[in-house]
Design a protein around this ligand. Structure first.
Ligand code: NZQ
Ligand code: ZN
Length: 386
């Protein structure tokens, strides 16, 4: 097992009616900005529950944070936070609203000239306006981690920011909200969380027995609840397990002491930046091709996945490794998701070369746990996913 540092200070308030208790953990007397997206929270009744819980606080609202949160929109909120002396931010939404709130939190206290530097300079973010979250869509794990992914439409960039200052103070996880989530977003959540585990598990063995079995448990639970959730999102027990899996897939526990990859996500983010494809769909497009190109480097863990997660006992080592990748592709297909770019985008000529060039321009010459995914290999991976 490799050395690691671990901290996760986010308080989780999990279960039915927990939205009503969050006033206990917001600083008394704080001026609160409630941030949300395109309005789903009003249709689902979550908005009313949040406002009832905030009775007694001075509250202002900022709505319209889009999926793949846009720098330009977020900067409008930053100006209000600064001019109105907002003391606490409350994100109510999915990964986009939470990530957007993380950026607003950091940018509101940023003293440099251009807040986009918070992202491009890639320095760890150590401070921000304190914030909590009410999760309405299980998927990204943003509710319990210190990462955010922000888009700049003007330059077609979608980039990660991270740092200990971006941990939410608390996150409310009420599985009842899952009953309101449309099928498309449920499927996205089941794919994104699955991919988060794979990025931290499908590398090479380092004898991290507990982390491996933790990852396998999250994968097996997702596989078990996926069909139940898609057919009946009002099944509370399945929703609770789905929601907690999504959080555990990316709250830092799985990456302790193990090598991590994140190449699928890096390539996927470029597809979203170019074509506005849903984040999870980009992962389904990239993953099968990525893992087939990396089958040699990842063979041991693919075999472990085949044996322990899928239950495959027959075949040669190579057959088992390839069967693991087939299973991953089949998991996406069974959720109704095709794994080729041409299923979603009409004109993708030159896309693979464009992504490889972007990586070269950024100095990203080797992605993956062994930095072996060169721009040339990225081109091959994306072309094979056309
Ligand atoms: O905007 P509203 O009206 O709220 O509608 C949203 C949005 O259209 C809707 N929705 C959310 N909760 C709902 C609901 N509709 C009905 N009922 C509910 N209860 O769902 C749509 C998608 O929401 P979004 O937040 O965009 O989805 P998701 O949670 O999948 O977040 C995706 C973003 O997170 C980033 C992605 O790159 C993408 O920008 N990620 C963040 C990560 C992190 N911070 O650690 C890691 C991930 O890998 C990912 O990159
Ligand atoms: Zn993701």
């Amino acid at each position: 097992m490799q050395n690691f540092d671990f901290i996760n200070p986010t308080m989780i308030k999990f279960g039915k009616d927990q939205i009503g208790t969050m006033n206990q953990v917001i600083p008394q007397g704080a001026k609160v900005m409630v941030l949300y997206g395109g309005g789903s929270i009003k249709r689902t009744g979550i908005y009313d529950q949040v406002m009832a819980a905030l009775k007694g606080f001075e509250v202002i609202e900022f709505s319209g944070i889009p999926s793949n949160p846009e720098f330009e929109v977020l900067m409008d909120a930053v100006k209000i936070v600064q001019s109105d002396n907002v003391q606490f931010l409350l994100a109510v939404g999915g990964g986009s609203v939470i990530d957007g709130t993380k950026f607003i939190s950091a940018a509101s206290l940023y003293e440099g000239d251009d807040p986009w530097d918070l992202i491009v300079k890639q320095e760890p973010i150590m401070q921000g306006v304190p914030f909590g979250t009410v999760l309405t869509l299980p998927a990204t794990g943003s509710e319990m981690n210190y990462a955010a992914v922000i888009t700049k439409g003007e330059t077609s960039e979608k980039l990660l920011m991270q740092g200990l200052g971006l941990f939410p103070k608390f996150s409310v996880l009420d599985p009842s909200v899952v009953s309101t989530v449309p099928k498309r977003q449920l499927v996205n959540g089941l794919i994104d969380s699955f991919s988060h585990v794979l990025e931290q598990y499908l590398t090479y063995p380092v004898g991290a027995m507990l982390q491996d079995r933790y990852a396998e448990s999250v994968l097996k639970t997702l596989i078990e609840v996926a069909p139940v959730i898609v057919n009946d999102p009002s099944n509370y027990e399945a929703a609770a397990n789905y929601m907690w899996c999504c959080t555990n897939a990316l709250n830092g526990m799985l990456q302790n002491g193990v090598p991590v990859d994140w190449g699928v996500h890096m390539i996927g983010h470029e597809l979203t930046a170019l074509y506005h494809t849903d984040h999870a769909i980009t992962l389904a497009i990239v993953s099968p091709s990525y893992y087939r190109h990396m089958v040699d480097a990842k063979e041991d863990k693919l075999i472990q996945f085949a044996e322990r997660v899928v239950g495959i006992t027959e075949g040669t080592k190579r057959e088992k490794a390839l069967a693991a990748i087939d299973f991953i592709e089949d998991y996406f297909n069974r959720l109704g998701v095709e794994c080729k770019l041409s299923n979603y985008v009409e004109n993708y000529d030159g896309c693979a070369q464009a992504i490889a060039k972007t990586f070269e321009d950024r100095g990203w010459f080797g992605l993956g746990e062994k930095q072996s995914v060169t721009p040339k290999l990225v081109t091959q991976i994306v072309e094979a996913a056309y």
